[in-house]
Design a protein around this ligand. Structure first.
Ligand SMILES: Cc1cc2nc3c(=O)[nH]c(=O)nc-3n(C[C@H](O)[C@H](O)[C@H](O)COP(=O)(O)O)c2cc1C
Length: 162
C-alpha cells in the first residue's frame, strides 16, 4: 500500500448537505492517487462570524481546528459556488479568521486550487479572480508542486449532485 506523500485539505464554499461543490471534493478524495490523501473539511459552518472581540486567547475551537488542519496540509483544494458574484460568506469568513491567526494563516506558500461545480459556472470565483485573491493569506504561490494539483483535477473526477 502506498503511503500518501501529499496531504490535501479540501474546503467547500457551500454548507448545504446536497452541495455539488462538496460532492466534487468527495470525488477528488475518492479518486485521489495513493500518493495523495484528501481530507474534506466539514466545519466551516461551525466557525463563528468573524468578530475582533472573539480574538481573545484561546480563539474559538472551530477556528483552531481549521487552522491546525491547514498547517498540516501540503495544499488546499477549494470548491465553491459563487454567491451574488462573490465568494460565499462562509468561505470568506474562514479566510478572515485564518488571516488573523497569530503566526500566520498557514496558507502562505502552499498551493491552492479553486474549482467550481455549480450548475452555473462559478466563473467569477475562479482561481484568477476574487476567490483566490481575496486575501494575501489565501493567495496561491507559484511552485513546481502546483503540478500535482492539476493532475488531481484532471484524473476523471465527475461530481454528481444529490
Ligand atoms: C444566495 C445565493 C446567491 C447566488 N449567486 C450566484 C451568482 O452570483 N452566480 C451564480 O452563477 N450562481 C449563484 N447562485 C447559485 C449557486 O451557484 C448554486 O445554487 C450552486 O449550486 C450552489 O452550490 P452547491 O451545490 O455547492 O451548494 C447563488 C445561490 C445562492 C443561494
Amino acid at each position: 500500500m502506498t503511503v500518501p506523500e501529499h496531504h490535501v485539505l479540501a474546503l467547500s464554499g457551500s454548507l448545504r448537505a446536497g452541495s455539488y461543490n462538496t460532492a466534487l471534493l468527495r470525488a477528488a478524495r475518492d479518486l485521489a492517487p495513493g500518493s495523495m490523501s484528501v481530507h474534506v473539511h466539514s466545519g466551516l459552518g461551525d466557525l463563528p462570524l468573524y468578530d475582533e472581540d472573539l480574538e481573545q486567547h484561546p480563539f474559538p475551537e472551530a477556528v483552531h481546528d481549521l487552522h491546525r488542519q491547514i498547517l498540516r496540509a501540503d495544499g488546499l483544494l477549494i470548491a465553491t459556488p459563487e454567491h451574488n458574484a462573490a465568494i460565499p460568506a462562509a468561505l470568506k469568513n474562514a479566510i478572515d479568521w485564518m488571516s488573523r491567526m497569530p503566526g500566520g494563516s498557514g496558507m502562505s506558500g502552499k498551493p491552492v486550487a479553486v474549482a467550481g461545480a455549480s450548475p452555473v459556472l462559478s466563473a467569477r470565483c475562479g482561481p484568477s479572480s476574487a476567490c483566490a485573491r481575496s486575501s494575501p493569506a489565501s493567495a496561491p504561490k507559484s511552485s513546481p508542486s502546483r503540478r500535482w494539483w492539476c493532475s488531481a483535477r484532471t484524473s476523471g473526477s465527475t461530481a454528481t449532485g444529490p
